[in-house]
Ligand binder design. Structure first.
Ligand code: ADP
Ligand code: MG
Length: 359
């Protein structure tokens, strides 16, 4: 187990004028025993960050410390980390038993019997004890992923690094494995950095979530913190499904004026004082149908979810999504008016995209 300190990390690829900055200005501490999830769109630098922590990439700048010890120049195999990948990376010609036991056979003086005992204990923890004599190709995706996990666990590392380990599984299995992985991590208590592009997965799994965009860390916090108190517009837009509704409004005294006839008079104008233009955000669950609401919109589609309806509409050229009670079912083409409570508004400065008001 370990506390991981990443300071001023920068990673560039390429040379000369063909340089790509994959990660920059990156500072983060992963607490001992924590399950930290890196999330962000494809290409934002998640895998690169993980590979720098693992020692699989040389860093361009910055330091990485494990429990206060500088490991920046230490080789991957000397860092005592175990990585689990999306594609499992099992040895096809080896049985499950051999695959899981492989790291021990490679690195310790343990006897074959001792290794077999450990393999069996871990296999039963993962529910794959009956598969030990099979080959990877005879297993389902979920079973293969468990073998890959077993191979990581048997090393008893101070840190687990997992790069989209569930993304090749179907939706149902992915959600079961999420829970299992979390339980396993809690049981083992090993510090874990986990990468996903899926914000729902990040929200469900992480003790804390590190939201990345374009090589930079945007915010680190619990699921509730990044949802309710996003520090900028990117985090607000990325976290939450369906996504937050956003529009640009001119600040005219206490009134916010936007496209498609949007007009809203602030109860507390001091919130927007000093800002010329504001990005106004409202989460789909915070919109309500209200004739005096100030957001006249034309309904395009209503999706019935059973316990609620998703209402898609357009206000001018702005798409609006609302989650409303299942008993309310306006027809497509109809004009409705949405409203909201001011306390539910998310406001961002239109130039800097920094939060001006959150929940
Ligand atoms: P993510 O895992 O978030 O999808 P990556 O860390 O894989 O993102 O990539 C971040 C950026 O670095 C991307 O622009 C990607 O093209 C670039 N990149 C990643 N690995 C390499 C490499 N080995 N050589 C050159 N560019 C790379
Ligand atoms: Mg990646």
């Amino acid at each position: 187990m370990a506390t991981i300190d990443i300071t001023n990390l920068r990673k560039e690829f390429g040379d000369g004028n063909e340089r790509i900055v994959a990660v920059e200005d990156f500072d983060l501490t992963i607490q001992d025993g924590e399950f930290l999830v890196f999330v962000g769109p494809s290409g934002c630098g998640k895998t690169t960050t993980l590979r720098c922590i693992a020692g699989l990439e040389d860093v361009t700048e910055g330091t990485i410390e494990f429990d206060g010890e500088d490991v920046t120049d230490r080789r991957a195999r000397d860092r005592d980390v175990a990585m689990v990948f999306q594609n499992y990376a099992l040895y096809p010609h080896m049985t499950v038993r051999k695959n899981i036991g492989f790291p021990l056979r490679l690195s310790t003086k343990k006897s074959t019997d001792e290794i077999d005992d450990e393999v069996e204990a871990i296999a039963s923890m993962l529910g794959i004890e009956t598969l030990l004599d099979q080959k990877p190709r005879e297993l389902s995706g979920g079973q293969q992923q468990r073998v890959a996990l077993g191979r990581a666990i048997i090393r008893d590392p101070q840190l687990f690094l997992m790069d989209e380990p569930l993304s090749n599984l179907d939706a149902k299995l992915r959600s079961t494995m999420r829970t299992e992985l979390q339980e396993l991590q809690t049981e083992l208590g090993v510090t874990t950095a986990y990468v996903t592009h899926d914000q729902t997965e990040a929200m469900a799994m992480g003790d804390r979530i590190a939201v990345m965009n374009d090589g930079e860390l945007q915010q680190v916090g619990t699921a509730s913190e990044v949802y309710r108190a996003p520090e900028n517009e990117f985090v607000a837009g990325f976290i939450g499904s369906p996504s937050i509704n956003l529009l640009t409004a001119d600040v005219d005294g206490a009134t916010l004026r936007g496209p498609g006839g949007f007009a809203y008079e602030m109860e507390d104008p001091s919130l927007v004082e000093g800002h010329d233009r504001i990005r106004v955000g409202v989460r789909p669950e915070d919109l309500e149908l209200d004739p005096d609401g100030g957001m006249p919109s034309e309904v395009t589609v209503v999706e019935e979810m059973g316990n609620e309806n998703f209402l898609y509409a357009v206000m001018g050229d702005i798409d609006i999504t609302a989650r409303i009670e299942s008993v309310i079912h306006p027809e497509a083409g109809k004009t409705v008016t949405f409203g909201f409570d001011e306390e539910d508004l998310y406001l961002f400065d239109a130039e800097t995209t920094e939060a001006v008001k959150t929940k």
